[in-house]
Design a protein around this ligand. Structure first.
Ligand code: PMP
Length: 395
């Protein structure tokens, strides 16, 4: 007889990631994929990394393959404070840094600690699918806040806070991706950052700042993080886009009290980030010329973003608009009234081009006229060909 599982209520709330669901399609021969948000790892010094991995295992394998401290390797925690220093966040205490198995875990732990079922989480509309997945799994009431070309709109944030309160709701936090957002590629202006920090301070709304793309700025400018404007902001970092997503290393910065709680929650779920991954990440950031490698990644991403925007300008029919990224991996298209991006996706796949359609980036069914194109791993030739295939479908 078939076994029947008795699921917890929350099991109902998880939904398939739209990125994973086109994964197999992306791999089909001849397919041009604008789907995944993967970094281009051909920039990595693989020989050097191989030697480092070997050295770590042969010289200190009994530690590197062992359990480690819950908050992560002290040397790596310090390294992350230096990384943030170069991005304008000064005076971070390494004690406030916790290494996590990817920033996805940072999102999840923060949600576990701050969000009761049915609490409101405010987030940009659209926002990162993985965050939506985590929030839904915690039975959150996700409310999207409108964005424009400068990012989250402060007036819309105030309205959303007031509406949630008028509905008798507790607001768990504002989740925001200020730098080169996934999925829009938009960077929040400095003025807006200040305004939003001020609004949240006045209204007593916690900010969770998710920043995996900040370093990937095409012109090298880095805007001050919200954490640099207010110590109470919970900051989430990641090496996934500047080094390796497969190693699963991210970090959180939070005041001591929250940090301690996070540590307990983390130990109850993953125990800690893999020690070997931490060791290798430390080697990369301490002993290799990682900034040069990242810079060569940025040059490629910039060239691909420019090729994509040029391709869109040349081929897209009237009424299609898009964001022009200044960093990161993504652009966000808005299709003419009455278009359904899921239908466009089905037809596009027949023409051998794939992307992620808009609704996956919203919790409430918006995004039917939108789609996300990722250019991070597509050659410029494929970008030209891919945009013209997409244009054929749209025409
Ligand atoms: N936040 C955002 C905005 C992302 O785009 C991603 C990865 N796509 C993550 C978090 C998760 O990154 P990590 O690999 O560090 O878990």
């Amino acid at each position: 007889m078939e076994h029947r599982y008795t699921y917890a209520d929350r099991a109902e709330f998880f939904r398939p990631s739209p990125v994973r669901s086109v994964w197999d399609v992306s791999m089909q021969p001849g397919m041009i994929s604008f789907a995944g948000g993967n970094p281009d790892l051909s920039i990595l010094p693989l020989d050097e990394l191989g030697k480092a991995a070997q050295r770590i295992i042969t010289e200190r394998g009994t530690d590197a393959l062992q359990y480690g401290a819950g908050a992560g390797l002290p040397s790596l925690r310090t390294k992350f404070t230096e990384l943030m220093e170069s991005g304008g966040v000064h005076d971070i205490d390494a004690d406030d840094v916790m290494v996590t198995p990817g920033s996805q875990m940072g999102i999840n732990l923060t949600t576990t600690l701050l969000c009761n079922p049915h609490d409101v989480i405010l987030a940009e509309g659209p926002t990162y699918v993985g965050a939506i997945g985590s929030f839904l799994g915690h039975e959150a009431d996700i409310r999207h806040v409108m964005c424009d070309d400068d990012g989250l709109v402060p007036e819309a944030l105030i309205e959303a806070i007031q509406k949630a309160r008028a509905d008798g709701k507790r607001i768990a936090f504002l989740y925001t991706i200020p730098n080169f957002s996934n999925p829009t590629g938009i960077r929040l202006s400095v003025e807006r950052r200040q305004q939003i920090v001020e609004i949240c301070r006045t209204e007593g709304v916690q900010i969770v700042e998710d920043d995996p793309y900040g370093i990937l700025s095409f012109d090298g400018t880095m805007l001050p993080s919200m954490r640099s404007m207010d110590d109470s902001v919970i900051y989430l970092g990641s090496v996934s886009k500047i080094f390796s997503p497969g190693l699963r290393i991210g970090w959180t910065v939070a005041p001591p009290e929250f940090h301690q709680r996070m540590l307990l929650a983390s130990e109850a779920s993953a125990l800690m980030a893999g020690v070997l991954s931490q060791e290798l990440t430390y080697e990369y950031l301490e002993h290799m010329d990682w900034r040069t490698h990242v810079q060569s990644g940025i040059s490629r991403y910039k060239a691909r973003a420019e090729a994509l925007v040029a391709g869109l300008e040349e081929t897209m029919p009237e009424g299609v608009t898009w964001t022009t990224p200044k960093g990161g991996f993504f652009t966000w298209l808005t299709l003419p009234e009455g278009t359904d991006s899921d239908e466009v996706l089905a037809k596009a796949i027949e023409k051998k081009v794939v992307f992620i359609s808009g609704p996956g980036f919203f919790a409430d069914g918006q995004g039917k006229r939108n789609l996300r194109l990722s250019y991070s791993r597509v050659s410029e030739d494929d970008i030209r060909e891919g945009t013209s295939r997409l244009a054929e479908v749209l025409s």
